[in-house]
Structures are given as C-alpha cells and as structure tokens.
Design a protein around this ligand. Sequence first.
Ligand code: DLL
Length: 433
Amino acid sequence: MLFDIKNETLPREEIRKVQLVRLQQTCDRLYNTVPFYRKRFDELGIKPRDIRTLDDLQRIPFTTKQDLRNHYPYGLFSVPREHLARVHASSGTTGQAVVVGYTQRDLKNFGDLAARCMCASGVTPDDIVHVAYGYGLFTGGLGAHDGAEALGAMVVPASGGATRRQAQLIRDLGATVLACTPSFALHLWEAGMEQGINFRDLPLKIGVFGGEPWSSTMRHSMEEKMGIDAHNIYGLSEIMGPGVAIDCLEHTGLHLWEDHFLAEIIDPVTGEQLPEGEVGELVITTLTKEGSPLLRYRTRDLTSIDYSPCRCGRTHLRLSRFAGRTDDMLIIRGVNVFPQQIEKLLMSNEGVSPNYLIVVDRQGTLDTIEVQVEVTESTFHDQIGRMQKLQKDLQENIKEFCGVTAKVRLMEPHSIARSGGKATRVVDNRPKD
Ligand code: DLL
C-alpha cells in the first residue's frame, strides 16, 4: 500500500521537474527573507534566477550545523514569528542546540511524509502504533505520532522511559507496531522478558526504528527476538524529524522523498559530488519547507544513493543503510574505525547481547580501545573456557576486520547502562588537543 500513490510513483523526469521548480522557489524565498542566504548569493554575484538547472545548485556553498548555531535561535527562519506553528530543537549534546521552525503547512507535510514512511513499512489504518520515541523538542515522538495519525492508525503516545510499564502496555493495548529507537526497542523487549512478556507471542508485527545508527545484523537479531519486520526510518531535526526516508517491504535501501528533499552525496573532505553508488556524506536541500528551509545542508551522515527503480513501485531514490557519521569515526593509532563496524562484528556472534560500549583512552602517547559487551545469560553460565574463547575470537575478529587491536571485556548481562532514547555507544576519554 502507498500513502500518496501519485507522488510516490512519479516518473524520474517528473521528479526532476518538480525538484527544479521547488528549488527555484526555495532559493527565491531564502534570498528575499534570510539575510544569511542573501549575502551568500550576493557574494557569488548570482541571483536566484541564475539557478536554471538542478546542477546549478552546486554553485551554492554548503550550509553547516555551525551556520545554524551561529544564527541561534531564529536567525535562519524564513517567515515572521506569527506564521510559525511549532518549533523543534536538537538535543545540543554536541554543542549549542539548534532550533527549527514549522509553519502549519510544514507540519502538514511532516505528518504526511511520516505517514508515507509508516505506510511503506506496512502500517495500515487498522494498526495500533505504540510510539516510544521521546515527545518534546525532539522530533521523534511528535513526528511519528503525526505520521501514524495522518495514516489513520490508532496511536499510543507512550514517549520514553517507564520501560517495564511500557512493555505491559504493549501487551495490554495490543500494539501491532512499535516506533522507537532500536536500542530502546531492545530495552523494552528485555523489560518484557523479565516480566514474562514475550513480544513474539503478542500481535506486534512491525518495528519503525531509527534516530540512531544500527547494523543490518542488529536488525535481523531484533526481528528474530521480537517476531517482527523491522524498518529503518531516517530523519534529522534540521531537515525534518522521522519522515525523510525509510526502507519499504523490500528492505533494499531507504526511499528518500525526493519531491520534498533534494539529496546529494559528497566527498566529506573535498566537498566534490560523488557518483551514484559511492559512499559519502549526505547533503540535503529542502524543497517545500517554509519555516526553516535549508540549501545544501551537510548532514554528516554517511551513505550512498541508488536511483534504480524499486520492486515496490516507488520511484524515489534509495539510500543505503547509514555507515555512521563523519564525526563519529574514531581514529585509533591512525586507523579509521566506525562504531558500526564493531557492532556488526559483535552481533554476528551468538554468545553476546546487543548491549555494548566502546571506551577509547590514551595511555602515554598510545590510544587504547576497549570494547565492553554483555554476554547472553546462557554464555554467562557457561564454562569459563568458552568465555575465554569468545573473548579471544572477538578480539581477533576486530583486529582482522577493523585493523586495530582492541581489548574485549565480556560483561555480565544487564551491567551496561540502558538509555531511554538514543544509546551511547562510545566514550572517548582521550584528552582533547
Ligand atoms: O533522530 C530524527 C528521528 C527521530 C529520525 C526518530 C528517525 C526516528 P536528531 O536527534 O536531530 O533527529 O538526530 C539526527 O540521528 O543525523 C543521524 O546521524 C542519526 N539518525 C537518525 N535516524 C537514523 C537512522 C532524529 N535510521 C541524527 N540510521 C542523524 C542512522 C540515524 N542514523
């Protein structure tokens, strides 16, 4: 089933036509309403009317998170305050928070795009959607909520926290869809099992998980544990919350809604555009936003684009599962390591649970990396020899596939702190120099 059959199946030439018209409108709007962007055009000696093709977009410099921070809170808004209907904000864990504004029309689009995503993951108006993304300034809760409502499903607005109680609610209210971060879903599953509630025995059948990176191995393990079909939903506060992209029933990449967003992949170092299929940083231009439109926003998320048609009938491009962020790449003794790679290796081993933490430190001049991972209950009660073998195997795997020597510390079940939203996977104790 498709939520918006006409727009989701537009032929590629039509998509490009719509994109060009909307790009020109967005440039016009920004030139006339946001001094930051006007200055950028003026410095280049160009006017919005000089953007005649989609390729002309490459003449415009990127917008970065720092630009948003420099204009905190309202500096990049494109409409007067009275025309705004809502704001959301990023958490600010990596610095000054950024605020993003939505007009009524933006909110309608946000709800409709989140509904497209839900629908692509198989959700129908008959479903009961348990939303356990946090409600508030974070876009996850309200975004998924509006999407499920726009689709006509019944929503349980549970938000984060109260894990044990939520597992009971999922059982008692008969949720068929769970929408939350993958790490929180695992936390809920665990809290259920502790009380004798097995998600596999419940009507639950679909997971709409996102907001943080997770590997395909993690996906398969979650599907198996919970008896569900798990989908990967992507979005970011600066552009729009959940509703930018999701994988359909084919699970062959995440459809990004191209009538609302224009995507490019660039080399994060040179800024050059990369061809289809190559992994690089995703850059997004909003095409319909009124409150906070952005041109060429650098997401820092690493992925690749596939324009080939999908078996599901949707014509919109597909992004590959995110390989991490340019800023969460760890450089350990000169070797580039992504936490995602380590997760993948851990998850392909049956003896360990999906709860892990990577601790980076420095001893003298040498970087050290310790991977703490909880073992499963059965491994924990196994013979000591098996545990030693598991530890040795994991260390060897990390060395072989990631190229770094890591110490693996096997932890008791439940000993690593759980989060109510996005999981912390890396603690970097190295001095900042
Ligand atoms: O996490 C929006 C969202 C909420 C998306 C709920 C999906 C579901 P932010 O807090 O601004 O917004 O964080 C955005 O999270 O740039 C990615 O690095 C990461 N991220 C989000 N979804 C995924 C995903 C929301 N499916 C940042 N896979 C993004 C990998 C993801 N990373």
